[in-house]
Design a protein around this ligand. Sequence first.
Ligand code: GLC
Length: 738
Amino acid sequence: MKEQALKELLNSLTWEEKIGQLVQLSGDFFHADQLAVGPQKKLGIDQRIVDQVGSVLNVTGAEKTKEIQDRHMAKSRHKIPLLFMADIIYGYRTIFPIPLGLGATWNPDLIESAYQQTAEEAKAAGAHVTFAPMVDLVRDARWGRTLESTGEDPVLNAAFAKAMVTGLQKDLLNGGGIASCVKHFAAYGAAEGGREYNTVDMSERRLRQEYLPAYKAAVDAGCQLVMTSFNTYDGMPVTGNQFLLKEILRKEWGFDGVIISDYAAIQELIAHGVAADDREAAKLAIEATTDIDMKTPCYAKELEPLIENGEISTELVDRSVYRVLKLKNDLGLFEDPYRGASQALEEQAFLTEEKRRLAKKVSAESVVLLQNRNQVLPLAPNKEKVLLVGPYGDNQELIGLWAVHGQREDVVTIKKGFENYLDSDHLLYTQGCDMLEDYAFLGEFGATKDQIEQLGLDEQMKATELETALALAQQADTIVFALGEHTMQSGEAGSRTDITLPKIQQVFLQKMVELKKKTVLIVISGRPLVLTKEIEQVDAILQAWFPGTEGGNALADIVFGQTNPSGRLSMSFPYSVGQLPLYYSEFKTGRPLTSPTHKGRFVSKYLDSPNEPLFSFGFGLSYSKVEYSELTLNSEYMNESLTISVTVKNRSDRSAQETVQLYIQDVTGSVVRPIKELKAFQKVDLRADEEKKVTFHLTRADLKFYTKEMLFEEEPGKFIVFVGPNVKETLEATFDLK
Ligand code: GLC
């Protein structure tokens, strides 16, 4: 409807109808039968409120959303449609790799296509908004939600944030795609100790320089909503933080879309100790312009009394209500409350061959070859006996924790993928060992005692599996281990202080490698694990993350050489958990390891660990050897821009994809500057023996940072530019900025 009509609609609403638009409830409130009485009682609201709410959390399915929409609109005096919002983080029915794997593709264009396909499936299923992308910068692998992020670097994360929002919202205002809600604003990934829901506290300079760019990229790409994060920033929980929400997000960035709280985050202002009760919590949040209250009674019960007491203005609430109505109008919901969703469309859109092909391509580009001693990979199909073992060998649990709407039965297992290359004479398989030594922690996620007891192998089965694995290994030339963390050991509320492989798997691996066969380790995980032991035990290591619906096919294509691995880490892998948080772009210190003035003990280092990561940011091997040479700058000075080129040569007989990375160092600044910062990257295709010149254009804007005066600008002086296949192995040159 036209803007004028929308404004008239707003003005015709009662306060109850207006405030209803600012409340989001979960699906259990919208069943046709009386089941909802329980949830209503628990939340302290009644049906009158439910009948007015503006949006629903995590209900999808064309039929179900249509039924709820029809029932809800029938009770709405003005026929205001519901918004259906859901967690569709890295796929709807076709599940792509977890975002930490997507980050390892260094291929934003490819990921934009993946998110466009995701939006197509989700729209067919009646979703209007997805709570994605999650663009939180992460540097602490103890944090479970590392899985949902594209990694540790502001520039790389911003590139993916833009690509994901653009892919999700293609042709949005013409009825295409679904609305993107970027999250979790802001800096949620910096929780102290890597401990979930913990305090975040950092300088404004670090916040702006490192943690905000990806959210800004999402806003600049036109994301329709922003979700507030659970954490505090500078002593104030984000959901009530006027500096972040009003000053930066709305005033500086010009975002006038909907801000939605994270789950129950408004009422949690009480637990944070900045609100005494629901009313104070509601006041703090609405004054910070958090528009929608996800799943608490604060707005529903306290906004009207706050208005009546004159504690908040009617304009403040009207502005929030208008933003929600405008989003509904922009999505065309007043004209088509189902937005085209239908079962027929679901059948057409879900899990098509095209989508499976894309999922396999993305999965293949996400896998990182971390080690390939003696070039044991790729294996030759049907030329040698391969034993596949491990709890992930024939396991459809490859889609990770946040694949809420994915179906495990759609997943191609690693064993299934191997069967594309090995006949029954050449492929041996047994599970070999259990996933975990103890499943009791699953009780926190609702698993009953009985269910937990059913999980895993009993003692007899464990003994038999080990015996079988050892026996089969005698016949094998190569052993491929599919090991990793349990899917519930990562994701939300999945913080861990021991991020090595589960002990039971470590014991099994040690027993098996004593047989001195060629060995390949495939790691399934939602975070960088500490693989410091494993690099000594096995010949090759493939980091596969949770690789998604087509994971087994993608991994098989890499193991048997159909695909040349091209993944590059978007997050550093630690030697030990004691190094965390760990990231490449650390600031210079007064006593660096290479200090010319301080020797031995009195430099910045540990007594019991190297400073360096086990595997660096940007690192990844392939089956090719790509050489870098001829780093050239078109000038030794930069006025407005500088052209930087490098020659890359594929010294192998197979085509390769090479991610050429460009970093800089600002040698002297008005504040301390990082030793290296990624500024640009290009993923280039190289045919066998092909040599290519790769060119970058660096501009003054690329050199800007928050100066001593907190101005975002560049400062003249000397810069070093580094170009290479990862952050460590680089060619370098210098230039002066005039
Ligand atoms: C969860 C998560 C958030 C998600 C929301 C709705 O607690 O923090 O990422 O979108 O609740 O499910």
